[in-house]
Design a protein around this ligand. Structure first.
Ligand code: GTP
Ligand code: MG
Length: 459
């Protein structure tokens, strides 16, 4: 492995703020000599073995800064592949800032977001799918998405891509060999075999692309908006779901103005609940702005809960439901929440504008009836729309490359047997290129900029 050691970079690898310890990472060709000018210990960093932790004093301009640990990682056995030091100092802003300043004064420069991981990729320590899983592990907080990211981190996705790429490389090779022997009429691969291989790669890409929505939900969670007339009980439902007094509840119609968000975990997925202003025509500009915001929230939700007071008229419910149905996209779901069920004798089964009765929930926050049913409805939605079986959490970059492969292959697999082997092999080579872009076996600075722009400084 040939490691290219670049100019030394440094950054705080732990969050800024009050903490027990902070860790500063330094990587690059002059790391050891730079750290040795600032660190006093019985063993110098330059003479230390790799994977050793040294303890000593950090000095800046001859002044003691902190007692620190320096973990030494010699190239190529380090995260970036370069010489790396990880400096552990006391937490809080001042000590780490002073150590960073001393490193900058001694010749380091501040790392760009994701630059340590970018160097790890360029030096062949990790592939792009692993780099992207690291960003997902850092940024995501839902247990379900982490379970997929871990599989991706452990190279399950890279292995799958490698298998189909190997099949395509073999196919293109046999086609090209056949072209060399075309005069002799020797065929190295039959039309049926080509079709079979291409179909299986097409199936792989299509199935993966079908997990696009699942990846979005696992990564970002879902949004559930509470929408309805004033006093319908929306804020009470928000409070019941998040189990705290998040929003003000009162019998004054028009209590909620700004929309109020809070989140819960359902099925290991983050569910953001948005309580909104009650819908009515008002003479008050502020309330009207709240109503406008509420309508916008509906457009941005995965599930729209139309909250309707069970003791109010069905006609009013139908009107509201029609308005919402008009603006909903096919991937959004309308759930009718019939609130204050304690106020009516018997919860009757209402048929609203063709909405399936399974999409109607009766809730009372007074006696807690139906709140659990509401959560289990959300849970079923997540269950239906996600899968943890995949080995990758798709992102826009990978979706783009997979879509290109799918488009090329769907053209090819419907072609007739008279297709020119030369064109066929050009198209297959094109697919291989897109697969290489996914793993980073082929890359450009633009691709790396896309991947690493999602990272934080210090990673
Ligand atoms: N009996 C009964 N009263 C409820 C229930 N849920 C809410 N209420 C009452 O209905 C009134 C309005 O409740 P909110 O939760 O503030 O209603 P809202 O839809 O947020 O109202 P706006 O913010 O004005 O749009 C309050 O007096 C609540 O105590 C319920 O399940 N049963
Ligand atoms: Mg409210």
């Amino acid at each position: 492995m040939i490691i290219k050691q670049e100019h030394s970079i440094c950054a705080l690898a732990t969050p800024i703020g009050v903490a027990g310890i902070a860790v500063i990472r330094v990587s690059g060709k002059d790391t050891f000599s730079i750290v040795d000018t600032l660190f006093r210990s019985s063993t110098s960093v330059s003479s230390s073995d790799t994977h050793r932790v040294l303890v000593g004093k950090w000095m800046y301009d001859g002044v003691f800064v902190d007692e620190v640990t320096v973990s030494v990682f010699r190239s190529p056995k380090s995260y970036t592949g370069e010489d790396v030091c990880e400096i552990g100092c006391h937490g809080g802003h001042l000590v780490s800032r002073s150590i960073l300043d001393s490193l900058l004064a001694a010749g380091c420069r501040t790392a760009e977001p994701g630059e340590f991981t970018r160097r790890a990729f360029v030096n062949g320590k990790i592939d792009l799918t692993k780099a992207e899983s690291i960003a997902d592990i850092i940024h995501n907080n839902s247990p379900r998405s982490i379970s997929v990211s871990k599989k991706q981190y452990n190279q399950a996705f890279r292995k799958e891509v490698s298998v189909i790429r190997a099949a395509l490389i073999k196919l293109a090779g046999l086609l090209e060999l056949g072209m060399d022997f075309s005069e002799e009429g020797i065929e190295f691969v039959s039309f049926n075999e080509i079709q079979e291989q291409l179909h299986s790669v097409l199936k792989f890409t299509t199935e993966l692309l079908n997990t696009k929505e699942s990846a979005r939900i696992l990564r970002n969670g879902i949004t559930v908006s509470l929408y309805g007339r004033p006093n319908a009980g929306k804020s009470s439902i928000l409070n019941a779901l998040v189990q705290k007094e998040r929003a003000i509840v009162s019998n004054v119609a028009g209590t909620t103005r700004d929309y109020i968000e809070d989140s819960i975990l359902v099925e290991g997925v983050k569910v953001t609940i948005v309580d909104t202003a009650g819908i009515r025509i008002s003479a008050d500009d502020i309330e009207n702005k709240g109503v406008q915001n509420a309508k916008q929230q509906v457009l941005e939700s995965d599930i729209v809960c139309l909250v309707h007071d069970s003791s109010d008229s069905e006609a009013s419910l139908r009107d509201m439901a029609s308005e919402v149905q008009l603006v909903l996209e096919p991937n959004q779901v309308l759930l009718i929440v019939l609130s204050k069920s304690d106020l009516i004798e018997e919860a009757n089964s209402i048929i609203v504008n063709g909405i399936d009765s399974t999409n109607v929930v009766h809730v009372s926050t007074e006696d807690e009836t139906g709140v659990r049913q509401l959560v289990s409805w959300i849970s079923d939605f997540i269950e239906r729309n996600t899968s943890s079986e995949t080995s990758v959490l798709l992102n826009d970059r990978i979706i783009g490359e997979l879509s290109s492969v799918r488009d090329i292959l769907s053209e090819l697999t419907i072609s007739d047997s008279t297709i020119d082997p030369e064109f066929l092999s050009i198209d297959i080579r094109q697919c291989i290129k897109h697969l290489n872009y996914i793993t980073g076996d082929e890359w450009s600075e633009d691709i790396l900029d896309t991947v690493f722009s999602n990272f934080c400084i210090g990673k």
